[in-house]
Ligand binder design. Structure first.
Ligand code: URA
Length: 269
């Protein structure tokens, strides 16, 4: 945990601690445990975060929190030593609009342009998941290993939405097959959300992240992809980034991503 100048006024909880605890829990029976919220934001293990709470260093909406307190991380103002918890110092999160032809890797032995060359090189960041060389669109890069790991795990991963230009005009049968699941060489795909906003363009939302999945799905129903763009990663969208442009995530976006990545798998339709 960082040390900072301003230390909040310590208000000793009064009277008995358990009464406070009961009142706080009754007021917020459904929030997340404070130590978990702190741990998820990178303030240390749950044990370390419990100690910070016990030491009176953590406030919720200005009041010193007691252990067992639950919070609504979106609305409550949580501070450690008087500073909003935000995200751990030193972590960066970039949203890149990957252009076609750039490879999703930290280093390419063949010397092709890579996504990490498109964002600042210090601190070093890594792509979360991958887009094929020919695919365009949103890609997240970060040095937050915990979040990257969770997002990469299929059971915690988030939905991804693609626009696919395909050969021909898929009929109702092909769209239904894509929705219900198609047989690929590595097994059946999970149900997907699929619509056709204009003839020959499919909007496909999937939760799995198998290799070249969207291309293989479309090919399997007889409509090979001619152009593929990822337009959403979980809660993240941005239609204003030009190809090759990147921006940092806002704090609200980091929070919603952390939240999305800590949920369990939900079907996408
Ligand atoms: N599905 C694909 O086929 N390619 C990608 O790059 C991403 C998803």
């Amino acid at each position: 945990p960082r040390s900072v100048g301003r230390v909040p006024e310590r208000r000793v909880p009064e009277p008995p601690l358990w009464e406070q605890l009961a009142a706080q829990s009754a007021a917020m029976p459904q929030g997340e445990r404070l130590q978990k919220v702190l741990a998820v934001r990178g303030w240390g293990s749950r044990r370390v975060c419990e100690d910070m709470i016990s030491e009176g260093r953590v406030t919720v909406n200005g009041d010193v929190a007691v252990l067992g307190r639950r919070v609504d991380a979106d609305h409550d103002v949580v501070e450690v030593d008087g500073v909003p918890i935000g995200v751990r110092p030193g972590l960066v999160y970039y949203l890149l609009n990957k252009p076609e032809g750039v490879v999703t890797t930290a280093h390419d032995p063949q010397g092709r342009p890579t996504v990490v060359q498109l964002v600042p090189d210090d601190p070093r960041v890594y792509p979360v998941g991958r887009l094929d060389q020919g695919t365009e669109g949103l890609l997240l890069l970060t040095n937050d290993g915990d979040l990257a790991h969770r997002l990469a795990h299929p059971s915690h991963g988030v939905d991804k939405e693609y626009l696919a230009e395909v050969e021909g005009h898929p009929g109702g049968g092909a769209v239904r097959r894509l929705r219900d699941g198609v047989e690929l060489e590595d097994g059946m795909t999970a149900p997907a959300k699929v619509s056709q906003p204009s003839p020959g363009v499919l909007r496909i939302t999937i939760h799995e992240g198998r290799n070249r999945q969207v291309r293989r799905m479309c090919e399997a129903v007889g409509h090979p992809v001619t152009r593929l763009i990822r337009v959403r990663i979980g809660p993240l969208r941005d239609a204003t980034l030009a190809p090759g442009e990147w921006r940092e995530l806002t704090l609200a976006e980091v929070r919603s991503l952390v939240e999305a990545a800590s949920g369990s798998t939900r079907p996408v339709r």
